[in-house]
Design a protein around this ligand. Structure first.
Ligand SMILES: *[C@@H]1O[C@H](CO)[C@@H](O)[C@H](O)[C@H]1NC(C)=O
Ligand SMILES: *[C@@H]1O[C@H](CO)[C@@H](O)[C@H](O)[C@H]1NC(C)=O
Ligand SMILES: *[C@@H]1O[C@H](CO)[C@@H](O)[C@H](O)[C@H]1NC(C)=O
Ligand SMILES: *[C@@H]1O[C@H](CO)[C@@H](O)[C@H](O)[C@H]1NC(C)=O
Ligand SMILES: *[C@@H]1O[C@H](CO)[C@@H](O)[C@H](O)[C@H]1NC(C)=O
Ligand SMILES: *[C@@H]1O[C@H](CO)[C@@H](O)[C@H](O)[C@H]1NC(C)=O
Ligand SMILES: *[C@@H]1O[C@H](CO)[C@@H](O)[C@H](O)[C@H]1NC(C)=O
Ligand SMILES: *[C@@H]1O[C@H](CO)[C@@H](O)[C@H](O)[C@H]1NC(C)=O
Ligand SMILES: *[C@@H]1O[C@H](CO)[C@@H](O)[C@H](O)[C@H]1NC(C)=O
Ligand SMILES: *[C@@H]1O[C@H](CO)[C@@H](O)[C@H](O)[C@H]1NC(C)=O
Ligand SMILES: *[C@@H]1O[C@H](CO)[C@@H](O)[C@H](O)[C@H]1NC(C)=O
Length: 585
């Protein structure tokens, strides 16, 4: 009996050691050498995260998180590297050519680093399937090496500094499934070669300096699910061929210049989940075919010239976000709007409502600014009750600067489409939700993520918080005495950082309007302030004629949207001060 047990034990020991023997296949010696060279070039040798004394294809020494191997070579005795993930490591070198020595490498993920230079031409010989270089400082023309990697399924170079035109050789990448070129400095028209990428299901080209029109050939991308074309400087009209993209579930086009369009024909896009056609010069009425789109969750048609009424099909319960801000919609506000729990913005239209309609500003999720601010903002207060200065600590609590100057608190955590009216002398209207963020929590009040620079300690409290919005943020000064004022807008970039990490690569760009007049196009706080965490104050002389001051910050689709995390974009403002240039009585 005892013997049998012992034998069994011995047998299982042998079995186990045998098993572990087969699992201990080692990384090919040449590949190990190449990995050491690569780690050296990337400045990662000696980092305790990676122990070259452990086999790279084992789970030991942290390699399991970084390297995936195929160990089937030489009858399960040799491993080769097939996948490398070295993300978020602050790597600040150029991408080394030594990656080409890993002949079986298929997946390379170098996102969220601080890589400089460009892609070495030697990489043309690699047979990668997926590559992500998202969020680095890579620059120069579109890398030729990438156009030779005909095996590519996934190519992401979002958030770098590549420039120049998209080369026609991109047509080589016929297998491409997902392509992201957003947030670079690409210019020129979209080349006809792109029409040949008929397997694309995902294409994002936002925040570049393209010109011309969105081409008609987009109809060739018949498999496309996700198409994002925001902040690209394209001209309208929208191509009518867009109606052929029946597989779309996420369509975002914004901020076209030039020619007007009528509403595109989208009725065959039955799988549509998100539709953004913002500031696209669309006129005419909104069609009423949305009831058939059972997954439709968000519609943003704001800043167009749409006329007619709000389609009844928008009342479907699945449609949770509706932005119709600043159009030319008319007619009575439908009953379902008045009682809606949706995130709904119908402000800046010509809608009318009867006694059952909204009476006060505090309408929960519905932003319909007119009832509270009333048309043309009349101030019924007597001169003695009017104000002649205004100070707001946007997104922050009340502060007394130098114990003399009080900045009012602005801490109402309202949701994406909202109006806040403080009952007295100011209000704000906020439009939009950060729909592409991974979590749907909408943080509209931001706090500084790192230490502020060069801001006098007496003023830091104005800058440690800021208010943001996904599309547009408008502050109103109400019941001001008429006259000339100095309006100061205080800005500081408090989300991106001033260091050598990927967090410093974010770019925030928005437009500033005062009294409806464009004061700064493509305002970039970091550029003007000379870095993140520094203050910049824009000062304007404003002649207040109708007791009302209006300051609008509008996001025109430019700047990064994925740094430090997806959904970080939109205007921010730290404080507002309004001081009279006259001697108040
Ligand atoms: C290699 O390993 C795999 C999986 O463990 C096994 O299915 C296969 O038979 C092995 N091949 C040889 C030649 O040993
Ligand atoms: C990258 O740099 C930032 C800022 O200096 C630092 O906080 C972070 O820990 C660094 N990350 C790594 C992996 O070294
Ligand atoms: C590679 O890209 C494809 C899409 O193009 C994706 O489905 C797949 O998950 C990616 N694989 C890896 C390992 O990143
Ligand atoms: C497109 O993808 C399908 C499978 O999804 C594949 O069979 C076909 O070869 C691809 N076409 C091209 C041109 O790569
Ligand atoms: C709306 O139409 C007017 C008059 O045709 C035009 O001046 C204006 O630019 C248009 N605005 C938008 C946002 O399309
Ligand atoms: C829309 O704009 C186009 C171009 O300006 C114009 O020709 C057309 O009449 C407009 N349509 C409507 C309904 O206003
Ligand atoms: C918008 O509506 C107003 C009021 O109905 C009208 O006066 C104006 O001409 C319209 N503008 C456009 C561009 O349709
Ligand atoms: C604004 O004030 C001016 C002069 O005080 C007046 O003519 C004009 O009608 C007012 N505008 C509005 C929109 O109330
Ligand atoms: C606060 O005091 C400092 C130094 O005395 C001065 O430079 C600054 O302008 C004052 N700030 C305000 C808001 O009055
Ligand atoms: C925010 O800024 C203040 C002032 O510079 C600093 O004391 C604080 O540490 C900063 N917060 C973070 C999270 O770095
Ligand atoms: C405001 O300033 C402008 C330009 O200097 C001047 O023409 C105007 O009369 C001033 N307004 C008032 C109410 O003083």
């Amino acid at each position: 009996m005892k013997m049998k047990k012992l034998l069994f034990l011995a047998f299982s020991l042998i079995f186990c050691s045998n098993f572990s023997f087969t699992r201990s296949a080692k990384l090919d010696a040449k590949e190990l050498k190449a990995m050491k060279e690569i780690w050296g070039k990337l400045g990662l040798l000696g980092k305790k995260e990676w122990d070259f004394n452990k086999d790279l294809c084992s789970d030991e020494g942290n390699w399991g998180l970084t390297v995936v191997c195929d160990c089937s070579f030489e009858t399960n005795n040799t491993c080769r590297v097939t996948e490398i993930v070295i993300a978020s490591q602050n790597i600040s070198t150029a991408p080394p050519s030594e990656f080409t020595k890993l002949q079986y490498l298929q997946f390379l993920d170098l996102r969220h680093n601080y890589l400089r230079g460009t892609i070495p031409f030697e990489w043309a010989t690699m047979r990668l399937r997926n590559i992500s270089l998202m969020g680095n400082r890579l620059s120069g023309l579109f890398p030729k090496a990438l156009t030779r990697m005909t095996t590519l399924l996934y190519l992401n170079i979002e958030g770098n500094r590549f420039s120049g035109p998209i080369p026609k050789e991109i047509a080589n990448l016929k297998n491409l499934d997902m392509l992201d070129l957003s947030s670079n400095d690409f210019t020129g028209q979209l080349p006809a070669a792109l029409a040949q990428l008929t397997n694309l299901t995902y294409l994002r080209i936002c925040d570049n300096k393209f010109n011309g029109k969105i081409p008609n050939f987009i109809s060739r991308w018949t498999r496309i699910n996700i198409l994002h074309v925001q902040g690209c400087s394209f001209e309208g009209p929208l191509p009518s061929s867009i109606s052929a993209l029946t597989q779309l579930n996420d369509l975002k086009i914004s901020d076209l210049k030039g020619g007007a369009s009528t509403f595109p024909s989208l009725q065959k896009m039955l799988g549509l989940k998100r539709l953004v056609l913002r500031n696209c010069l669309i006129n005419g009425t909104i069609p009423n075919y949305f009831r058939n789109m059972k997954n439709l969750n968000a519609i943003d048609l704001s800043f167009n010239n749409l006329t007619g009424d709000i389609p009844s099909s928008f009342s479907e319960p699945e449609i949770v976000h509706i932005y119709l801000t600043k159009n030319n919609l008319t007619g009575p506000l439908p009953g379902w709007v008045v009682s809606s729990t949706k995130n709904l913005d119908v402000s800046y239209n010509y809608l009318t409502w009867d006694a059952s309609g909204p009476k006060s500003c505090d309408q929960g999720q519905i932003n319909n600014i007119h009832p509270c601010l009333r048309k043309d903002f009349p101030c019924t207060k007597s001169d003695g009750q009017k104000i002649y200065s205004l100070h707001i600590n946007c997104g922050g609590r009340e502060v007394n600067i130098n114990n003399t100057m009080k900045y009012e608190a602005d801490i109402k955590k309202k949701t994406g489409a909202s109006t806040y009216y403080n009952g007295g002398n100011w209000a704000f209207s906020s439009t939009g939700n950060f729909l592409d963020g991974y979590d749907s929590s909408n943080v509209l009040i931001l706090s500084n993520t790192s230490i502020l620079n060069n801001i006098p300690t007496s003023h830091t409290e104005l800058y440690t918080t800021a208010r943001t919005a996904a599309i547009s943020l408008t502050y109103y000064g109400l019941c001001l005495m008429n006259g000339n004022y100095t309006v100061r807008l205080h800005f500081s970039e408090i989300v991106f950082t001033q260091d050598h990490s990927f967090n410093s690569l974010g770019k925030r760009v928005f437009d500033v309007y005062v009294q409806g007049e464009l004061k700064v196009k493509d305002f970039d706080i970091v550029k003007e302030a000379g870095g993140a965490g520094r203050a910049v104050i824009k000062s304007y002389r404003v002649d207040v004629k109708n007791n009302t001051l209006k300051i609008q910050l509008y996001w025109a689709g430019k700047g990064t949207t994925g740094i430090p995390v997806r959904g970080n974009y939109g205007p921010i403002i730290s404080a507002i001060s309004v001081d009279p240039m006259f001697h108040p009585i």
